[in-house]
Design a protein around this ligand. Structure first.
Ligand code: FES
Ligand SMILES: [Fe+2]
Length: 433
């Protein structure tokens, strides 16, 4: 029905070109040569990456709202490291993380029906299902069945194995290093810690996950550039089929990299307000869709929260902050945010997690608008997933080994570079002993 509609000229917005040439050339450490994706297809590289990246960087495992009161806990499996964590709020309100392994004979300590499923709840202590060894919320071993037969065992030496854990703006991070090389605050750096968003007000959470046959970085890259949607997703939404579409929306108008992290800002395309008649009928009725609810949530004011829109762009609609290595936060102009996690399982398999956070809906219409938003985004993400498996197959053929990246693929290039740098740095340190 909307096939033949044309976007009115006045709706087309001008997107600023990067200053003097290109975004990429503004970062001299990034060259403009084609890149290799050997780091996404090599099992040997994956082994290195686990040590060099996932055991050295701070990793986000959840939010404090998941731990509402003392004794609240959740388990978080980290498949690439073949481990599971218990993240728990102690009696002192402090959030701690422990390896989810009983010190007696190694049973996974906290699980319910299926050992491979993550669980959450509230408790006073953790008791092992095998022989009943019990640990308090601070990880101290408090009970051994038939303790008298354990040759004078010293319980204080058999607490749960703790993992470094710290919280930034309600995001819980862990670090698997014996001693992290940087504090969480220093690791995140000024660009990320400048963000002062009212996260605590967005407590309505929608979650989905996918098990995908591609390297984690291949998926990561699909959400690090915003110019593929008209091609890959064009048939899903009439607005994307417009010849003028790319002038309207999905070009990234600002890039910034800082340390291992990066951000890209676009117009966000909260398109409903732009040309509502180009959207699918359900989107028009519900005033929601791919870009989330069209109407601003109650946190939206004239003033953007500090740290957002770092390029100070006029037509700002979305910031996609990519927090190294596998965590992204996407802020939308209508006052909600998404997080993505890319958890490697093997060199060619990942678990992808998406969470969407909104303010609690005030009525049925708002609730439905939120649900339509997240359901629509999931549709698009599924479409990305299919392509990623095809990309992985193409790369694994090794028929082609060098791939040109455009300026809009700045974040893909930066991510690729950072991974290789972290691995090289680790190898150097290992060589020095
Ligand atoms: S393995 Fe946990 S109590 Fe025996
Ligand atoms: Fe996509």
């Amino acid at each position: 029905m909307t096939e033949n509609l044309k976007i009115p000229k006045q709706a087309a917005r001008q997107y600023p070109k990067p200053p003097e040439g290109s975004w990429t050339e503004h970062y001299p450490e990034l060259d403009t040569e084609p890149v290799s994706y050997e780091n996404s297809i090599s099992p040997e590289f994956f082994e290195l990456e686990r040590e060099a990246v996932f055991k050295r960087a701070w990793l986000n495992v959840g939010r404090v709202e998941q731990l509402k009161r003392k004794g609240s806990y959740f388990t978080k499996d980290i498949p690439g490291l073949k481990t599971s964590l218990i993240v728990v709020r102690g009696k002192d309100d402090k959030v701690r993380a422990f390896h989810n392994v009983c010190r007696h004979r190694g049973n996974k300590l906290v699980w319910t029906d299926y050992p491979a499923e993550e669980v959450s709840g509230t408790c006073r202590q953790f008791a092992c299902k095998y022989h009943g060894w019990t640990y308090d919320l601070e990880g101290t071993l408090t009970f051994i069945l038939q303790e008298g037969e354990f040759f004078g065992i010293d319980k204080s030496k058999y607490g749960l194995v703790q993992v470094h854990c710290d919280v930034w703006k309600g995001f819980i991070f862990v670090n698997f290093a014996a001693e992290p090389e940087q504090s969480l605050h220093d690791f995140l750096g000024p660009m990320i810690t400048a963000i002062d968003y009212p996260f605590e007000k967005l407590t309505q959470r929608y979650y989905y996950r996918g098990d995908i046959n591609s390297n984690w970085k291949i998926f990561h890259d699909a959400f690090q550039e915003f110019y593929h949607p008209p091609i890959l997703h064009g048939h899903q939404n009439p607005v994307m089929r417009q010849t003028d579409y790319q002038d309207l929306g999905f070009y990234t108008s600002y890039f910034q990299a800082e340390g291992p992290h990066r951000v890209g800002s676009t117009s966000g395309g909260a398109g409903g307000k732009l040309v509502p008649e180009f959207y699918n009928p359900i989107e028009q009725v519900m005033r929601s869709g791919l870009f989330g609810p069209w109407d601003p949530s109650e946190i939206v004011t004239d003033q953007l929260p500090p740290g957002l829109n770092p390029g100070n762009k006029k037509n700002w609609g979305l910031d996609s902050f990519q927090i190294f290595p596998n965590f992204a936060i996407v802020f939308w102009e209508t006052g909600w945010y998404l997080t993505y996690h890319y958890w490697p399982v093997t060199h060619n398999r990942l678990l992808f997690e998406a969470n969407a956070y909104f303010t609690p809906p005030r009525n049925v219409r708002e609730r439905l608008a939120q649900q339509l938003g997240i359901a629509t985004i999931k549709e698009y993400a599924l479409e990305d997933c299919g392509t990623l498996e095809a990309t992985q197959m193409g790369l694994e053929s090794r028929v082609v080994t060098q791939f040109p990246l455009g300026d809009q693929e700045f974040m893909c290039r930066h991510a690729n570079k950072v991974i290789n740098t972290w691995v090289a740095d680790y190898q150097q340190k290992q060589a020095k002993g």
